[in-house]
Design a protein around this ligand. Structure first.
Ligand code: PLP
Length: 362
């Protein structure tokens, strides 16, 4: 936590605003909106997953549709497609950002259209905080008139050509889950370019209550709004977001400085114009075996590390889904490791980790 979270949570108690609405919710949304700039509108929700669910619905996804989704991601990018009765079609990554390949994306869209199944939306992800190929993905999407759901759950604080991630999609989403760069313990947000879209999101997130003195509903709603108590945590967290980005980037720089020269080790540099929050520091090791040796050596010292995300097209739950792949994400999954990346790591911790990794090579 930062400096003022408890104060804002106490405000919620002192004023008895213990509900999924209230001043902290409004002020947290305003803080995010001010941070992202570009006149964006923010709806604070109960999770990033809820935001993706509402976002896809607001983009028009419904039962029987197909939705293209980056394969190399966390399952929460894809699960809401299924909640809506739609079907995911997975597309592989490219090597420069580890995100959605614009070439495979276009190939997939063309083939789905030829099969009579025009995709309803594209879920593109800024994985580990690295912006996806914003301009190229946008160009493909616009060529075929398909909207983008920008999954920025891992990329608050990242930017592309000076513009913050979260506002590049037709709808964007953020996550404030406990493992993200800032947290409300659990929470998320939907980012909209137009205020009317935010209003629609809030309407659906609060049980779709029509305007009437009694309870009346003409749509199926959800209970997806953020609690005013948790939004108090969020207000405090927004004050330290920039510090967190500096700390996370310093972790990455340290690892790269001490491991980057080793044969077979690779780090993902920022392509021109991209700025990553370096939510997690990831390294590609020489091989699956080397990766496992490092992971187990760290685990022996009670230090957690984890393989990169297992691609969705390899997940048992999505074994039936169509996919357009070229081996990129499978190779990343094979060789890649997320190193300890907390904002509170000190130089001593990082030195210990690096020494253990170097020792696996002797
Ligand atoms: C964390 C995460 C989500 C889901 O966010 P929750 O707030 O945990 O529901 C979605 N997509 C990606 C890429 C994530 O990392």
């Amino acid at each position: 936590m930062g400096y003022h979270e408890e104060k804002y949570v106490k405000e919620a108690f002192d004023t008895n605003w213990v509900a999924p609405l209230g001043p902290n919710v409004d002020l947290f949304e305003k803080a995010i909106g001010d941070y992202l700039g570009e006149g964006l509108h923010v709806a604070a929700l109960s999770s990033g997953t809820a935001a993706i669910h509402l976002g896809l619905q607001l983009l028009g996804v419904s039962a029987g549709d197909e939705v293209i989704c980056q394969s190399f991601t966390f399952s929460a990018s894809a699960n809401p497609i299924c909640y809506l009765g739609a079907t995911p079609v997975f597309v592989d990554s490219e090597a420069d950002t580890w995100n959605l390949s614009p070439i495979l994306l276009e190939q997939a869209i063309k083939e789905r259209i030829a099969l009579g199944k025009r995709p309803r939306a594209i879920v593109a992800v800024h994985l580990y905080g690295m912006p996806y190929k914003i301009a190229e993905v946008r160009q493909v999407a616009d060529t075929y008139g398909i909207p983008i759901l920008e999954d920025s759950a891992e990329a608050l604080g990242s930017s592309y050509k000076g513009v913050k991630c979260g506002g590049f999609g037709d709808i964007g989403i953020l996550s404030f889950n406990g493992n993200k760069i800032i947290t409300t313990s659990g929470g998320g947000a939907l980012i909209a370019r137009k205020e009317a879209l935010k209003k629609d999101a809030v309407f659906l997130a609060t049980q779709a209550r029509d305007e009437a003195p009694h309870y009346q509903h003409s749509a199926v709603g959800y209970n997806y709004r953020m609690s005013n108590v948790l939004a108090g945590i969020g207000r405090g967290q927004m004050e330290v977001l920039d510090e967190r980005v500096v700390a996370r980037r310093a972790n990455y720089d340290f690892y790269k400085r001490h491991l980057g020269h080793l044969r077979g080790y690779e780090f993902l540099d920022e392509p021109e114009g991209s700025f990553s929050n370096r939510w997690l520091s990831c390294v590609l090791t020489p091989s699956f075996e080397a990766r496992e040796e490092i992971r187990l050596a760290l685990m022996k010292e009670n230090i957690e590390s984890r393989p990169l995300w297992k691609p969705m097209h390899l997940q048992p739950v999505f074994s039936e889904a169509a996919s357009y792949t070229d081996g990129t994400s499978e190779a990343l999954f094979d060789r890649g490791l997320c190193l300890p990346s907390g904002s509170n790591l000190v130089e001593e911790d990082l030195e210990r980790i690096v020494t253990l990794i170097l020792n696996t090579r002797s």
